[in-house]
Design a protein around this ligand. Sequence first.
Ligand code: HPA
Length: 270
Amino acid sequence: MQFDSEKIISFIKEEFGLEKVETSIVLGSGLGDFADHLTKIKSIKTSDIPGYPHSTIIGHAGEIILCTYTGVNILLFKGRIHLYEGYDISKVILPTKIAISFGSKYLIVTNAAGGIADEMQPGDLMVIEDVFFPHYKSKFVGLGSKNRILNKLSSDLIEFVLKTGEREKIDLKSGSYAFSLGPSYETPAEIQFLKKAGCDAVGMSTVPEIIFSQNTDMKVIGISCITNLAAGISKTKLTHDEVTETANQVKSKFSNLLKAIIEKLPVSNS
Ligand code: HPA
Protein backbone atom coordinates (compact mmCIF):
# COMPACT_ATOMS: atom_id res chain seq x y z
CA MET A 1 0.00 0.00 0.00
CA GLN A 2 1.28 3.45 -0.89
CA PHE A 3 2.39 5.65 1.98
CA ASP A 4 -0.08 8.50 2.48
CA SER A 5 0.33 10.37 5.77
CA GLU A 6 -2.94 12.31 5.33
CA LYS A 7 -4.92 9.08 4.97
CA ILE A 8 -3.17 7.61 8.01
CA ILE A 9 -3.97 10.72 10.05
CA SER A 10 -7.65 10.67 8.99
CA PHE A 11 -7.85 6.99 9.91
CA ILE A 12 -6.43 7.63 13.39
CA LYS A 13 -8.69 10.64 14.02
CA GLU A 14 -11.73 8.63 13.02
CA GLU A 15 -10.73 5.70 15.25
CA PHE A 16 -10.18 8.00 18.22
CA GLY A 17 -13.22 10.17 17.48
CA LEU A 18 -11.20 13.18 18.56
CA GLU A 19 -9.26 15.93 16.79
CA LYS A 20 -7.29 17.58 19.57
CA VAL A 21 -4.77 16.67 22.24
CA GLU A 22 -2.61 18.92 24.39
CA THR A 23 0.59 16.90 24.49
CA SER A 24 2.11 14.01 22.54
CA ILE A 25 4.83 11.71 23.79
CA VAL A 26 7.10 9.39 21.84
CA LEU A 27 8.33 6.58 24.07
CA GLY A 28 11.77 5.21 23.25
CA SER A 29 13.29 1.74 23.56
CA GLY A 30 12.11 -0.08 26.66
CA LEU A 31 10.20 2.96 27.95
CA GLY A 32 6.77 1.98 26.64
CA ASP A 33 5.37 0.95 30.04
CA PHE A 34 4.77 4.60 30.87
CA ALA A 35 1.41 4.12 29.14
CA ASP A 36 0.24 2.12 32.18
CA HIS A 37 0.45 5.26 34.34
CA LEU A 38 -2.20 7.15 32.39
CA THR A 39 -5.91 6.61 31.88
CA LYS A 40 -6.30 4.93 28.54
CA ILE A 41 -9.19 6.07 26.36
CA LYS A 42 -8.43 4.04 23.26
CA SER A 43 -5.44 2.49 21.57
CA ILE A 44 -4.61 1.41 18.04
CA LYS A 45 -1.90 -1.04 17.06
CA THR A 46 0.08 0.57 14.26
CA SER A 47 -0.14 -2.74 12.38
CA ASP A 48 -3.92 -2.17 12.19
CA ILE A 49 -3.49 1.23 10.53
CA PRO A 50 -3.52 0.84 6.74
CA GLY A 51 -0.21 2.00 5.27
CA TYR A 52 1.52 2.67 8.63
CA PRO A 53 5.23 1.71 8.57
CA HIS A 54 5.66 -1.26 10.87
CA SER A 55 8.08 -1.22 13.77
CA THR A 56 10.62 -4.02 13.46
CA ILE A 57 12.39 -3.74 16.82
CA ILE A 58 12.01 -5.58 20.09
CA GLY A 59 10.97 -3.11 22.80
CA HIS A 60 9.05 -0.94 20.30
CA ALA A 61 5.50 -2.22 20.48
CA GLY A 62 4.02 -0.13 17.67
CA GLU A 63 0.94 1.31 19.32
CA ILE A 64 -0.69 4.73 19.47
CA ILE A 65 -2.63 5.35 22.65
CA LEU A 66 -5.04 8.15 23.44
CA CYS A 67 -4.90 8.83 27.19
CA THR A 68 -5.80 11.39 29.78
CA TYR A 69 -3.87 12.48 32.82
CA THR A 70 -4.99 15.24 35.18
CA GLY A 71 -7.55 16.40 32.64
CA VAL A 72 -5.04 16.65 29.80
CA ASN A 73 -5.46 14.64 26.60
CA ILE A 74 -2.29 12.90 25.55
CA LEU A 75 -1.28 10.98 22.47
CA LEU A 76 1.30 8.35 23.30
CA PHE A 77 3.43 6.70 20.65
CA LYS A 78 4.77 3.41 21.89
CA GLY A 79 7.58 2.75 19.49
CA ARG A 80 8.85 4.92 16.67
CA ILE A 81 10.08 4.60 13.10
CA HIS A 82 13.84 4.72 12.53
CA LEU A 83 15.96 5.56 9.52
CA TYR A 84 18.01 2.43 10.17
CA GLU A 85 14.96 0.26 9.61
CA GLY A 86 15.19 1.33 5.99
CA TYR A 87 12.36 3.86 6.10
CA ASP A 88 12.86 7.25 4.51
CA ILE A 89 12.68 10.43 6.49
CA SER A 90 9.05 11.23 5.56
CA LYS A 91 8.05 8.01 7.35
CA VAL A 92 10.38 8.56 10.30
CA ILE A 93 8.64 11.83 11.15
CA LEU A 94 5.12 10.38 10.83
CA PRO A 95 4.43 10.32 14.61
CA THR A 96 5.54 13.97 14.76
CA LYS A 97 3.19 14.85 11.89
CA ILE A 98 0.35 13.05 13.64
CA ALA A 99 1.09 14.97 16.86
CA ILE A 100 0.99 18.26 14.93
CA SER A 101 -2.25 17.29 13.18
CA PHE A 102 -3.85 16.76 16.60
CA GLY A 103 -2.85 20.31 17.55
CA SER A 104 -0.37 19.13 20.18
CA LYS A 105 1.13 22.07 21.96
CA TYR A 106 4.04 19.95 23.15
CA LEU A 107 5.91 16.92 21.94
CA ILE A 108 7.99 15.02 24.48
CA VAL A 109 10.49 12.82 22.68
CA THR A 110 12.22 10.18 24.74
CA ASN A 111 14.92 7.70 23.87
CA ALA A 112 17.46 5.23 25.14
CA ALA A 113 20.99 6.53 24.66
CA GLY A 114 24.59 5.63 25.31
CA GLY A 115 26.44 7.82 27.80
CA ILE A 116 29.55 9.57 26.45
CA ALA A 117 30.37 12.32 28.97
CA ASP A 118 32.13 11.16 32.13
CA GLU A 119 29.18 12.20 34.26
CA MET A 120 26.62 10.15 32.27
CA GLN A 121 26.01 6.82 33.96
CA PRO A 122 23.56 4.04 33.12
CA GLY A 123 20.23 4.83 34.73
CA ASP A 124 20.63 8.61 34.42
CA LEU A 125 18.02 10.77 32.76
CA MET A 126 19.35 13.56 30.53
CA VAL A 127 17.38 16.56 29.34
CA ILE A 128 18.43 17.27 25.75
CA GLU A 129 19.83 20.79 25.42
CA ASP A 130 21.16 20.54 21.89
CA VAL A 131 21.71 18.02 19.11
CA PHE A 132 24.72 17.05 17.00
CA PHE A 133 24.33 15.44 13.57
CA PRO A 134 26.81 16.97 11.11
CA HIS A 135 27.32 13.69 9.25
CA TYR A 136 23.65 13.11 8.66
CA LYS A 137 22.39 16.48 7.43
CA SER A 138 21.83 15.08 3.95
CA LYS A 139 19.47 12.47 5.39
CA PHE A 140 17.27 15.20 6.83
CA VAL A 141 16.94 17.41 3.77
CA GLY A 142 13.42 18.74 3.48
CA LEU A 143 12.57 18.57 7.17
CA GLY A 144 13.33 22.17 8.02
CA SER A 145 11.94 25.07 6.04
CA LYS A 146 14.57 25.98 3.43
CA ASN A 147 16.79 23.75 5.53
CA ARG A 148 17.77 26.60 7.77
CA ILE A 149 18.49 24.32 10.65
CA LEU A 150 18.44 24.67 13.69
CA ASN A 151 17.44 26.64 16.74
CA LYS A 152 18.37 25.15 20.03
CA LEU A 153 15.62 23.54 22.00
CA SER A 154 13.75 26.14 24.04
CA SER A 155 15.86 27.12 27.03
CA ASP A 156 12.69 27.98 28.95
CA LEU A 157 11.39 24.44 28.53
CA ILE A 158 14.75 22.91 29.42
CA GLU A 159 14.78 25.02 32.58
CA PHE A 160 11.19 23.98 33.29
CA VAL A 161 12.10 20.28 33.07
CA LEU A 162 15.19 20.71 35.25
CA LYS A 163 13.14 22.59 37.85
CA THR A 164 10.45 19.91 37.71
CA GLY A 165 13.09 17.26 38.39
CA GLU A 166 14.44 19.26 41.31
CA ARG A 167 11.00 19.66 42.83
CA GLU A 168 10.25 15.96 42.45
CA LYS A 169 13.71 15.05 43.79
CA ILE A 170 14.56 13.30 40.54
CA ASP A 171 18.21 13.72 39.69
CA LEU A 172 18.48 15.03 36.12
CA LYS A 173 21.48 15.62 33.90
CA SER A 174 21.45 17.83 30.83
CA GLY A 175 23.52 17.73 27.69
CA SER A 176 23.80 17.33 23.96
CA TYR A 177 22.55 14.30 22.06
CA ALA A 178 24.46 13.02 19.05
CA PHE A 179 22.58 11.29 16.27
CA SER A 180 24.05 8.06 14.98
CA LEU A 181 22.42 6.33 12.05
CA GLY A 182 22.75 2.74 13.28
CA PRO A 183 21.61 0.02 13.10
CA SER A 184 24.89 -1.09 14.66
CA TYR A 185 26.19 0.64 17.74
CA GLU A 186 29.13 3.00 17.30
CA THR A 187 32.79 2.04 17.24
CA PRO A 188 35.01 3.18 20.14
CA ALA A 189 36.77 5.55 17.70
CA GLU A 190 33.46 7.17 16.76
CA ILE A 191 32.64 7.65 20.42
CA GLN A 192 36.04 9.26 21.06
CA PHE A 193 35.32 11.65 18.19
CA LEU A 194 31.88 12.51 19.60
CA LYS A 195 33.37 13.00 23.06
CA LYS A 196 35.96 15.43 21.74
CA ALA A 197 33.16 17.26 19.93
CA GLY A 198 31.46 17.79 23.28
CA CYS A 199 28.60 15.33 22.88
CA ASP A 200 27.19 13.89 26.07
CA ALA A 201 25.07 11.00 24.79
CA VAL A 202 24.40 9.12 21.56
CA GLY A 203 21.38 7.45 20.03
CA MET A 204 19.66 6.62 16.76
CA SER A 205 16.49 8.67 16.92
CA THR A 206 14.92 11.90 18.14
CA VAL A 207 16.83 14.39 15.96
CA PRO A 208 14.42 14.06 12.99
CA GLU A 209 11.47 14.79 15.32
CA ILE A 210 13.25 17.82 16.80
CA ILE A 211 14.22 19.27 13.41
CA PHE A 212 10.79 18.76 11.92
CA SER A 213 9.10 20.43 14.90
CA GLN A 214 11.34 23.49 14.73
CA ASN A 215 9.22 25.09 12.03
CA THR A 216 5.90 24.41 13.67
CA ASP A 217 4.12 25.82 16.72
CA MET A 218 4.70 22.59 18.61
CA LYS A 219 7.33 22.86 21.34
CA VAL A 220 9.66 19.95 21.97
CA ILE A 221 11.15 18.47 25.11
CA GLY A 222 13.77 15.74 24.68
CA ILE A 223 14.67 13.27 27.40
CA SER A 224 17.31 10.56 27.08
CA CYS A 225 17.50 7.59 29.33
CA ILE A 226 21.18 6.67 29.56
CA THR A 227 20.97 2.91 29.28
CA ASN A 228 24.66 2.09 28.86
CA LEU A 229 28.12 3.53 28.59
CA ALA A 230 28.84 4.16 24.91
CA ALA A 231 31.15 1.83 22.97
CA GLY A 232 34.73 1.81 24.20
CA ILE A 233 33.83 3.70 27.38
CA SER A 234 32.30 0.49 28.60
CA LYS A 235 34.79 -2.38 28.42
CA THR A 236 32.04 -4.89 27.74
CA LYS A 237 30.26 -5.43 24.43
CA LEU A 238 27.03 -3.51 24.23
CA THR A 239 23.82 -5.44 23.57
CA HIS A 240 20.20 -4.47 23.02
CA ASP A 241 19.36 -6.51 26.14
CA GLU A 242 21.53 -4.19 28.27
CA VAL A 243 19.61 -1.23 26.84
CA THR A 244 16.19 -2.67 27.63
CA GLU A 245 17.29 -3.92 31.08
CA THR A 246 18.48 -0.48 32.18
CA ALA A 247 15.40 1.19 30.71
CA ASN A 248 13.39 -1.25 32.79
CA GLN A 249 15.27 -0.26 35.96
CA VAL A 250 14.62 3.47 35.52
CA LYS A 251 10.95 2.98 34.72
CA SER A 252 9.56 4.51 37.88
CA LYS A 253 11.91 7.52 37.90
CA PHE A 254 11.15 8.11 34.22
CA SER A 255 7.39 7.81 34.74
CA ASN A 256 7.41 10.12 37.76
CA LEU A 257 9.27 12.75 35.78
CA LEU A 258 6.93 12.53 32.78
CA LYS A 259 3.84 12.71 35.00
CA ALA A 260 5.20 15.76 36.82
CA ILE A 261 6.01 17.42 33.48
CA ILE A 262 2.51 16.77 32.14
CA GLU A 263 0.92 18.09 35.33
CA LYS A 264 2.85 21.33 35.23
CA LEU A 265 3.08 22.13 31.51
CA PRO A 266 0.99 25.20 30.78
CA VAL A 267 -1.83 23.96 28.53
CA SER A 268 -5.27 25.14 27.76
CA ASN A 269 -7.92 22.47 27.68
CA SER A 270 -10.26 24.50 25.52
N1 HPA B 1 24.42 4.05 20.85
C1 HPA B 1 23.40 4.30 20.01
N2 HPA B 1 22.12 4.12 20.35
C2 HPA B 1 21.85 3.69 21.59
C3 HPA B 1 22.87 3.41 22.52
C4 HPA B 1 24.22 3.60 22.13
O1 HPA B 1 25.19 3.38 22.90
N3 HPA B 1 22.25 2.99 23.66
C5 HPA B 1 20.91 3.04 23.43
N4 HPA B 1 20.66 3.46 22.17
